[in-house]
Write a protein that binds this ligand. Sequence first.
Ligand code: ADP
Length: 209
Amino acid sequence: KGAVSQVISGIYGLVTEEQRKKLLMTLRNAERLNLMIDDLLDFAQLEAKQVRLDLTEVNLVDVVREVHSSFYSLAVEKGLDLNVEYPVAYMLVTADRNRLIQVLINLLGNALKFTEKGEIKIVLKDGPDGVECRVTDTGCGIPEEELSRIFQRFHQVKHAGGDNPKGTGLGLAICKEIIELHKGTLWAESSFKKGTAVVFKIPKTAGPG
Ligand code: ADP
């Protein structure tokens, strides 16, 4: 990727517009391959239970606000609203902060990918047996018969319109492993063509499952 970037920048000589386009395509594909390999390695380790959670006391409200601010401009660029809702400013759980951020990045990434207009919302709810985090969107939705399959590795739904954004099909399988390591549950609710909610619930004092 470094070498291709250098050629594009012109330090090795003039690059024609046609060459630049092909090199940019090469770079994008290399980046995609890189992401796929990262996902594959991560999933393999999680599935083999070779991942240890780095547990600390985490304020889920902070985590959600952090992810909200990093996705905000992407959502606005796409003409979407991105909001967060939480009942109190402190919702403490014992969890692996970076892993929870990884889950939220995946869920928001999907919401953004599969929503063309409307709103994406992250809603936190406190319950007696844990904290629930719901990422809702007003996107294309998922047909009922596909709802449980989207958590299987490599499974991708053929969405209407045919122009399906590319991904690895591993994101939700990784999220599920991470949430289950926290002794939590992850599921999806969807109204086809109206939107989707992907929800996880983790106990307040999660530990390795
Ligand atoms: P990827 O996004 O890389 O394809 P994921 O495991 O994250 O893989 O998701 C699997 C599939 O579930 C997606 O390809 C898509 O078909 C469906 N999906 C996930 N989230 C949403 C969503 N918010 N709206 C509609 N479909 C979704």
